[in-house]
Design a protein around this ligand. Structure first.
Ligand code: IMP
Ligand code: MG
Length: 172
């Protein structure tokens, strides 16, 4: 049986999200960024983050699939949902659930460049640093972990556990 080891409580997540939102609201003061949520993992984080932001924003989503079934990145990344907003000349904030190898984000940043945005920054709830393969700058980070596979608060293992309000370490 897989074992779930508690890592971040509801209260800890809430504090992280409101702290990130405060910093983002300060940095984007006077601007209206387009917040791009990366589906599916970021949807809960994005929804909570948005409600703490005090600046006007627009929201869009894109979707990539890379993992397939399992706990290690396949490196085989496909865009399965395009953005629908015209982001030319706009400030873009990409919102991710977790960055691991960095391959997904690297792919997304290259994709977004094609649309000539004014600026692109990245916000990730979790930064997993052990197996980074692409060097990328993450502008806003909620929490850093060395390694392991995390689930809950939008994060899944084979599509399960996204609904858990807390974040857990999954031991298989
Ligand atoms: P990367 O391309 O290796 O950086 O992986 C990025 C994507 O893989 C994330 O957006 C997640 O959707 C997924 N992922 C990476 N690590 C985890 C994890 O620990 N739990 C759940 N999903 C993960
Ligand atoms: Mg993701």
């Amino acid at each position: 049986m897989p074992e779930l080891i508690p890592m971040l409580s509801k209260e800890e997540i809430d504090k992280m999200v409101s702290t990130l939102a405060l910093q983002i609201s300060l940095d984007y003061d006077g601007r209206t960024p387009v917040i791009l949520g990366v589906l599916k993992g970021a949807f809960i984080f994005l929804a909570d983050l948005l409600r703490y932001l005090t600046i006007p924003v627009e929201v869009d989503f894109l979707r990539v699939s890379s993992y397939g079934a399992g706990t290690s990145s396949s490196g085989n990344i496909r865009l399965t949902k395009e953005i629908e907003t015209n982001i030319a000349g706009r400030d873009i904030l990409v919102v991710e659930d977790i960055i691991d190898t960095g391959l997904t984000l690297n792919f997304l940043l290259n994709y977004l460049k094609n649309f000539d945005p004014l600026s692109v920054r990245v916000c990730s709830l979790i930064n997993k640093i052990e197996v980074r393969k692409k060097k990328i700058k993450i502008d806003y980070i909620g929490h850093v972990v060395q390694q392991g596979f995390l689930v809950g608060y939008g994060l899944d293992y084979n599509e399960s556990y996204r609904n858990l309000p807390e974040i857990y370490h999954l031991k298989l």
